[in-house]
Design a protein around this ligand. Structure first.
Ligand code: PMV
Length: 286
């Protein structure tokens, strides 16, 4: 039995701007997609399967893709990089099944090809984060590994966005120029704050970063209300990923010195909540 996992990711800052060549701070997290070859194939995630199977048949001299199972500890389509993690885990498992020479850069490139099918013009940040893991500053294919003394965060699910990432990129496009410079500076300040373990600064930067994301129109009403509540509880909170406006905006990334306060808030408001850790390993055999 061959089993591979790839982690989910969160955007600490820089989402959307990274599509226009600016840096994004992204981390692999301890939620994951698990792919097992050699068991009876279930039929979940048909688009993901079809895309990767076709990609594999096109790129390698193989006749038939084996059955595999996909399991996930994270919700799909909520800004956690499910499509990238699922793609990477399937590709990694198939590389091993077909005894193809292990090449993480090639796996990353193929995962990026799959991301293009799902998202149109992705930056490549999601696939790079889930394949290589860790905390990274990503900028048009360039990867700078980063370190952080702050590694415990909380996610609250504001609901699955109705729009695709592709649609959200299109929505953000007309206003993105107004935030590019400021967001880039914030991203570099965040990198320093995390490296130094400066919680106060991190919370301030999350607030400013979130304000920029609101400005480009990617935050829906539901997420906005939750974020306002969380800010009044003295948390740093922002959407993470493409966002959404018609209904949910995906996962809200939260930092609070006292996580219990946030867990209580989520419980009182019946919101799905995850406690996560940053800088997880990337694609790996289980
Ligand atoms: O698809 P998501 O929600 O993981 O968002 C990815 C981040 C974007 O910057 C919006 C798109 C990209 O390709 O970087």
């Amino acid at each position: 039995m061959i089993q591979f996992s790839a982690p989910g990711k969160i955007h600490l800052l820089g989402e959307h701007c990274v599509v226009y060549g600016k840096p994004a701070l992204i981390s692999a997290i301890d939620l994951k997609v698990l792919v097992t070859v050699g068991t009876n194939s279930d039929e979940n995630y048909p688009l993901l399967r079809q895309t990767i199977n076709n990609l594999f048949l096109k790129n390698f001299k193989v006749k038939k893709i084996p059955d595999y199972e996909i399991a996930s500890t994270m919700p799909a389509g909520s800004g956690l990089g499910f499509s990238a993690a699922g793609s990477a885990a399937i590709i990694g498992a198939l590389f091993t099944h077909f005894k193809i020479d292990w090449d993480l850069k090639l796996i990353n490139r193929l995962t990026f090809e799959a991301e293009k099918v799902f998202h149109g013009t992705p930056s490549g940040g999601d696939n790079t984060s889930v394949v290589f893991g860790g905390l990274i500053l990503f900028q048009t294919g360039m990867i700078i590994p980063a370190t952080s003394k702050i590694n415990d965060f909380i996610l609250i699910n504001s609901g699955k966005p109705e729009e695709s990432t592709k649609e959200m990129i299109a929505i953000a496009k007309s206003k993105i120029a107004s935030i590019l410079a400021d967001h880039e500076a914030l991203t570099s300040h965040l990198l320093a704050a995390m490296r130094d373990g400066d919680e106060k600064k991190l919370i301030e930067i999350f607030k400013k970063g979130q304000a920029n994301l609101e400005k480009i129109g990617v935050v829906g009403k539901k997420a906005q209300k939750i974020i306002n509540d969380l800010e009044s509880l003295e948390a740093g909170a922002k959407i993470s990923g493409a966002g959404g406006v018609k209904s949910g905006s995906g996962m809200i990334l939260i930092y609070h010195k006292n996580p219990k306060k946030i867990l209580q808030y989520a419980k009182d408001n019946k919101l799905e909540v995850f406690q996560i850790k940053l800088s997880e390993e990337g694609l790996k055999q289980e």
